[in-house]
Design a protein around this ligand. Structure first.
Ligand code: NA7
Length: 545
């Protein structure tokens, strides 16, 4: 099947099924499809789920919602879409966001180029034809010139490696594989394992529905109030009128959130002023307390201790039982050095009679039994076990696909000591493959980063089209240079000295026990400037052919 296109040379597409295959129909894949259509490229998107939305399709667990302001999260590329869509809450819940994703798919008629229930298992570069061969679980194979991964940084869920896990006779769910049908919690004895952002949202939501809830916490996490609320009509009108300013602000900030770091250091103000500032931030919506705090709290241990102490005091005030409060206060990392979960009366949950906190650092889980969970201290019986145990982050969804580049080189092998990328967008030796939200890109407020990366990739393909190029590859020097740059940016950040998905640690996955630099931790404006420069120089840093 030859591609239908007038504006490229015939040799570019002869005998290939598609010009471009995109893996994944989440926010990245959907927008990439939209842009590729503008170039007239024959594109197919393969999506494992039965619908669009990616993260918002899979993460249907109770209480799943944004931690970034809804109006800063939606796509910005269509003025019409911005005016038509109304977010009902400052931080929308998952059902609303999934509706939004479907609305976008309908509005831009995206589904006709998306093949659902099509999980990609392998993608193998063919040197002779400068093309990729993509294999699905069904065994079906498709060829394309360019391959774009839109597989998400947090999309491969991991279950705990605990003996007896499959013997449990009740219901069990990983939060990222939550069923579409409503789960009935009434009167049930429920366990939640995991207290990251997902566990916290789940726990605070189901605590009022369950018969009894037992939370198994391995590491306490800092969390701060979300302060969600409905968006009233006047605010809605104001938001719609200010989209250009909102997105302009997101472009200026470090991580594309609407919050900007305070230019002052924590010790440049008096103790009273510092306390007042923390109090103010604690009372405000969203990530301000993390992203809009004193400029040194994430790099200076003493500055960090001031905000950690403040949040610890809040936890002690909010949790009535002092022993439980102490268990909920992290001791091994400072505030903001892991991704900060935002909560809504999470700490108050532990004041309920039907909620119990089990500190796994004191009494570890030994086995999962047919009836429930056995710790070193006792047996617990459950009807439902919820695994809020996170993801094989950033590189995990790449590891799950057999990517092989030029000469059959395996990506997993190339990345065995950590990812190596060029701008987080390409990898030398993997020609014609571009990555959206892969390792070493700016993540932050993710749709903002997605839109930038998609536009960059689209620009590169427009360039290839105009020049009749069939070969685009990063150089080994370009890849080494960017990888070293990303590693250097991580030096001195307190977050890089802490185990978390952000440093590539997942104790449930073989080989993910050593910290790596998987994230770009510079500023989004600096990232964009570097990528813009490459495009402005005619992609001269790439090997083109
Ligand atoms: P996270 O943040 O990786 O949290 C996973 C949680 O599960 C965390 O508390 C883990 O404890 C805990 N966990 C994992 N495995 C086990 C085992 N075997 N036993 C006990 N506890 C375990 O994932 P989330 O889904 O909450 O959030 C991921 C991101 O999604 C989030 O940051 C947002 O950006 C959206 P640990 O801390 O490793 O000791």
């Amino acid at each position: 099947m030859a591609a239908q296109r007038q504006d490229t040379t015939p040799s570019q597409t002869a005998a290939l099924d598609y010009d471009v295959i995109v893996i994944g129909a989440g926010l990245s894949g959907m927008y990439q499809l939209y842009r590729l259509r503008e170039l007239g490229l024959k594109t197919r998107v393969f999506e494992a789920g039965t619908g669009v939305g990616g993260t918002w399709y899979w993460n249907r667990y109770p209480g799943a919602r944004f931690d970034s302001e809804s109006y800063s999260y939606g796509y910005s590329f269509s003025k019409e879409l911005l005016q038509e869509w109304e977010w009902s809450e400052h931080f929308a819940g998952q059902p609303e966001t999934l509706r939004y994703c479907n609305y976008v798919a309908d509005k831009f008629d995206l589904r006709r180029d998306i093949q659902f229930e099509s999980r990609v298992t392998a993608a193998i570069y063919q040197d002779e034809t400068r093309s990729w061969q993509v294999t699905l679980t069904s065994g079906a194979q498709y060829s394309c010139r360019f391959l774009i991964t839109a597989i998400g940084p947090l999309s491969t869920p991991t279950l705990p490696r605990i003996e007896g896990r499959d013997s449990f006779k009740g219901q069990s769910f990983h939060t990222a594989r939550w069923p579409k049908e409503k789960v009935d919690f009434a009167g049930k004895r429920v366990a939640v394992i995991g207290t990251g952002a997902t566990g916290i949202q789940t726990i605070q939501t189901i605590a009022s529905e369950v018969g009894h809830l037992t939370v198994f916490q391995r590491t306490a996490n800092w969390a701060a109030p979300l302060h969600n609320g409905k968006i009233d009509a006047a605010t809605q009108a104001k938001i719609k009128a200010s989209y250009p300013e909102i997105f302009a602000r997101c472009q200026e900030t470090f991580a594309c959130f609407i919050h900007t770091p305070d230019p002052r250091g924590a010790f440049e103000v008096s103790d009273a002023e510092r306390e007042a500032n923390y109090e103010k931030l604690y009372g405000e919506r969203g990530f301000g307390i993390w992203q809009g705090n004193f400029k040194d709290i994430l790099i200076d241990r003493k500055a960090n201790a001031t905000i950690s102490d403040f949040i610890a005091r809040k936890i002690r005030e909010r949790v009535k039982n002092p022993a439980v409060a102490e268990k909920l206060i992290p001791k091994n990392h400072g505030f903001g050095t892991r991704r900060v979960p935002l909560e809504t009366f999470y700490f108050e949950v532990y004041n309920q009679d039907n909620v119990e906190l089990v500190d796994l650092s004191e009494t570890p889980i030994e086995t999962i039994t047919p009836e429930g969970i056995r710790t070193s201290a006792r047996d617990f019986a459950f009807d439902i076990i919820i695994y809020a145990t996170g993801f094989d982050a950033i590189t995990g969804s790449f590891d799950a696909i057999d990517f092989r580049g030029s000469g059959g080189a395996r990506l997993k092998e190339k990345w065995k000591h950590g990812p190596e990328t060029y701008l987080g967008l390409m990898v030398d030796g993997f020609p014609n493959m571009m990555m959206l939200m892969g390792p070493h890109t700016a993540l932050g407020n993710i749709p903002r980063s997605i839109e930038y990366s998609v536009d960059w990739v689209t620009g590169l393909l427009r360039f290839a089209q105009a020049k009749g190029l069939t070969f685009l590859d990063a150089t080994p020097e370009g890849t080494a240079g960017w990888t070293d740059h990303v590693k250097a940016l991580g030096v001195g950040l307190l977050s890089n000295e802490v185990d978390s998905w952000m440093t590539g640690i997942n104790r449930n996955v073989e080989g993910k026990q050593t910290r790596i630099v998987a994230r770009y931790s510079g500023s989004a404006p600096a990232y964009r400037a570097r990528c813009d420069e490459v495009a402005a120089n005619g992609y001269a840093e790439l090997r083109l052919g």
